[in-house]
Every structure is written in structure tokens, then in C-alpha cells.
Design a protein around this ligand. Structure first.
Ligand SMILES: Nc1ncnc2c1ncn2[C@@H]1O[C@H](COP(=O)(O)OP(=O)(O)O)[C@@H](O)[C@H]1O
Ligand SMILES: [Mg+2]
Length: 251
């Protein structure tokens, strides 16, 4: 299968600081790709470049090529709102609308232009099931999501993203706010979703990347030191910096 994202010689600047240095990599469809590396190495900047969230940042500039399904992601033909729907981002802290659980998810169905109530209801139910939240909320769909735990709120954010029918789901440190009991559930959701959607996530939890990803890329100081099959990166890395990081000697 052709890569869903192709990045060639990506350099990113914020003002005069060069943050990313000559990154080249492909993202394969229906796989889980993890970017790992210590704080401030550029993980968030990479994934924000992949869904044009950096457009909002006045001093952002990049050179190089980012293709999404073979077409220039930053072409003027792509509307940022459409990109945000197809390449959806779930943040570290769950950010929900001040609306009911149902409305949080139904919103994403409506922005796809679907208006039929029975269809919206079906998609809402289905997305809540896919994120393993259905049993917890099925009797409370029309209440405010405030009573949910942080982990459940994160599940609801994922359901809302799925309801927009994205091609890629991107997660930035998705478990940073979760407690130890919520993390395994998140990891199982991630695994089950990859049949439907391409997943990219960023983490500074090495073992989580080792457990969940198919492909792992190690970033250090704005450089993509190495990217490859997760097993290879964690067992036989080619670069000593990668080896030092995955074994815990670095970062
Ligand atoms: N909006 C910004 N303006 C200026 N510098 C930034 C901005 N965002 C990030 N940086 C800098 O870019 C570097 C990489 O940051 P980031 O991508 O957030 O790293 P990570 O997610 O790996 O912690 C850091 O040195 C950070 O200070
Ligand atoms: Mg970050």
C-alpha cells in the first residue's frame, strides 16, 4: 500500500530557531506509528506539522515536502478545517464542548453534512462502543460529561474524533493525564482502532511505544535519528543514541 503521509526534508523554524532538522519519513496506512524521545526534542512540532495546526502560529515556517495521500498537505486547495477533520488530533488533556455526551459526538457527524437523526444516533452509539465507553454512558447520553473520569473524557474525545470519519488519528502524549489503571484500556482501544484508521502518537513512555506501536521513530534534538519497525528500534537499533534512549541511559 502507498504511504498515507510522505515527508521529505522537513525543516521547521519558530522565528529564528530551527526546531526540526531535515526529517524524512513515511507513515504507512492502518498502522500505529509512535514518535518517541525526551522532552523538547520536537515530537509535538512534528505531529502539529502533519495536520496544519502550526498554521495558527505566526512565526512558524517550514521547508520540505509533506504529502497526504500523494498531494501537498499545505496546498491552498486544502482547507484547514477539512484537514483537521481528516487528520484529527487528540490532545493530552481532554477538551470537550460544554454540551451533553451525545452532542459532543453528534457534532462531528453533523459537520460531515449528515442530518438524519437515526443515522446520527447510530454513529454516536457505534463510536462510543469503539472507544469502550458505551456501557459507562448509555443511560446518561444527554447529561454533561463532567462526571466522567479524565480517562473516560479522553475516550469521549476519541469517539468525537472518530465520528468525523478521519483517515488519521494523532495523539499527543495521550496517557500523560491518565492513572495507571486507565492506561491499559487506552492501549487496547488504540490497538482495536488501527483496523479502521491510521494512528500516530507521541509519547515519552518508551515501554508504551514498545507495547503499542508497529513503527517507532526516535527524535533527538530536532533530528529523526532513526525510524523503523518497533521491534527493531527497541532490540537492534542502528544508532547508539537510539540504543541509549530505549535502554534508559539517555533522556
Ligand atoms: N510556538 C513555539 N515557539 C517557539 N519555540 C517553540 C514553539 N513550540 C515549541 N518550541 C520549541 O521547539 C522545541 C521542540 O518543542 P516540542 O515540539 O514541543 O517538543 P516535545 O513535544 O518533544 O517536548 C522546544 O525547544 C520548544 O521550546
Ligand atoms: Mg510535546
Amino acid at each position: 500500500m502507498a504511504p498515507i503521509i510522505e515527508v521529505q526534508n522537513l525543516n521547521v523554524w519558530f522565528g529564528k530557531s530551527r526546531i526540526l532538522k531535515n526529517l524524512s519519513f513515511d507513515i504507512e496506512p492502518k498502522q500505529v506509528t509512535a514518535f518517541i524521545g525526551p522532552s523538547n526534542c520536537g515530537k509535538t512540532t512534528v505531529i502539529r506539522s502533519l495536520n496544519r495546526l502550526n498554521d495558527l502560529q505566526a512565526d512558524y515556517r517550514h521547508t520540505g515536502e509533506i504529502l497526504f495521500n500523494g498531494k501537498e498537505l499545505y496546498s491552498n486547495k486544502n482547507r484547514a478545517s477539512e484537514i483537521a477533520r481528516k487528520i484529527s488530533m487528540v490532545f493530552e488533556k481532554p477538551i470537550l464542548f460544554k454540551k451533553s455526551i451525545y452532542e459532543n459526538v453528534a457534532y462531528s457527524v453533523r459537520i460531515r453534512g449528515r442530518r438524519q437523526m437515526s443515522l446520527i444516533n447510530n454513529i454516536v452509539d457505534e463510536c462510543l462502543m469503539k472507544v469502550q465507553l458505551w456501557n459507562d454512558v448509555k443511560d446518561k447520553l444527554h447529561t454533561d460529561p463532567n462526571f466522567l473520569s479524565i480517562g473516560q473524557q479522553q475516550q469521549l474525545c476519541i469517539a468525537r474524533a472518530l465520528a468525523a470519519d478521519p483517515e488519521i488519528l494523532i495523539f499527543d502524549e495521550p496517557c500523560a493525564q491518565l492513572d495507571a489503571t486507565e492506561t491499559p484500556k487506552f492501549e487496547s482501544i488504540l490497538q482495536s482502532l488501527k483496523q479502521q484508521v491510521t494512528i500516530i502518537f507521541v509519547t515519552n513512555k518508551r515501554r508504551q511505544a514498545a507495547r503499542v506501536s508497529d513503527v517507532a521513530g526516535f527524535l533527538y534534538n530536532g533530528e529523526l535519528v532513526e525510524i523503523g519497525k518497533t521491534e527493531q528500534i527497541f532490540t537492534t537499533p542502528t544508532d547508539t543514541r537510539t540504543e541509549n534512549y530505549v535502554t534508559g541511559r539517555l533522556g
